[in-house]
Design a protein around this ligand. Structure first.
Ligand code: KG4
Ligand code: ZN
Length: 324
């Protein structure tokens, strides 16, 4: 059963075809990131205008690889995300479903990030504790089975990716901040500056990153000649340590054996490495390939297959503030 997925919740325009939720047949991602570098962040109108131009070329590129293939359904991100951006994917999927007379599947972008883990050689075995870390979200979830999950905690202010993006701006590093901080950090010392580990000791599974961002700002104001690589490495270390330790406490509390990592920040090498160090010999750790961590449509199609949230083309709606 082949599903065509569409993703347009933020600054990517992506289409993919996935078979039975696990086999990636074709995938194309266009990112308007270069347009957002001048503003060091996304201007929603700029993102949506680029997506309007790209959706048909991206769709055509994937369809060209699927000539003669029977598609079983169309799937699309309905939220969370930017309203103008979401509308482009949803309206495209709605038309495809109507014209081709095939079912339409609505997908929650946050949950979908996790399904990057099903597009790998060996699929995760549930139950699992999942950490979803993206530009807009930081969530810990206990996934009992497909469609059966419990939200454990999330950020009270900035998301982990947002913290990377904002700190990059403070350090005059290019947008998106995650990759540029990661690269700059390679030249720095992780323990050079003792930045706070917010909420590490709290009894819940919540996070907070805005105080850490302020600590970085204060540090560079007080130390104008600070070594930027040391600041980047020490900041990255603080974020990774909080994410890893809280995830570990959640797995212990839920008595799960598997940890799933997902979202754009899951591309971070230090986070991947640290989680690996802590999980080794204790838990089965599933981390998607870097290319599947940031936004794409492959995990949208995979999530749609495992969750089968059918909505008619007349009734599908965007939901910019959709949560888990
Ligand atoms: O999941 P994603 O592609 O889009 C959202 O759904 O938000 O995540 C984008 C976020 C951005 O904040 C970006 O800076 C961050 O993921 N990111 C990284 C890395 N690559 C992307 N953060 C840390 N290290 C990375 N290597
Ligand atoms: Zn995302």
């Amino acid at each position: 059963m082949k599903i065509l997925g569409i993703e347009s919740s933020c600054d990517e325009t992506a289409v993919a075809v996935v078979e039975n939720g696990v086999r990636l047949c074709s995938s194309t991602v266009f990112s308007s990131q270069s347009l957002h570098q001048q503003t060091q962040g996304i201007v929603p109108e700029v993102a949506a205008r680029a997506q309007i131009e790209e959706i048909i070329p991206v769709l055509s590129a994937v369809m060209k690889t699927q000539v003669g293939v029977e598609l079983a359904a169309f799937a699309v991100t309905v939220g969370p995300g930017l309203i103008g951006s979401l509308l482009i994917g949803v309206e495209t999927a709605r038309v495809l479903s109507y014209v081709w007379q095939k079912p339409l599947l609505a997908v929650n972008h946050l949950l979908a990030h996790l399904y990057a883990n099903w597009l790998t050689e060996s699929q995760p075995v549930l139950p699992a504790v999942a950490l979803i870390v993206s530009g807009g979200h930081t969530e810990l979830v206990y996934l009992r089975d497909h469609g059966d999950y419990e939200w454990l905690g999330g950020t009270r202010d900035d998301a982990a990716g947002e913290a990377f993006d904002k700190v990059a701006r403070l350090l005059d590093l290019p947008y998106p901040g995650g990759p540029s901080i990661q690269e700059t950090a390679l030249e720095g010392k992780r323990n050079a500056i003792d930045f706070p580990r917010p909420m590490l000791g709290s009894a819940d599974f919540d996070f907070s990153f805005s105080g850490l961002k302020t600590a970085v700002r204060t540090y560079i104001q007080e130390n104008p000649r600070a070594n930027i690589a040391d600041v980047a490495a020490s900041f990255q270390e603080a974020v990774a340590e909080v994410l890893v330790k809280k995830t570990l406490s959640a797995v212990k509390e839920k008595g799960a054996n598997t940890i799933l990592l997902a979202g754009g920040v899951a591309a971070n090498q230090r986070l991947r490495e640290m989680l690996g160090e802590y999980a080794v010999n204790k838990y089965k750790l599933c981390i998607p390939p870097v290319a599947l961590c940031t936004d794409n449509a492959a995990y949208i199609a995979s999530c749609a297959y495992f969750n089968q949230n059918v909505v008619s083309w007349e009734h599908i709606k965007t939901n910019p503030s959709l949560s888990l």
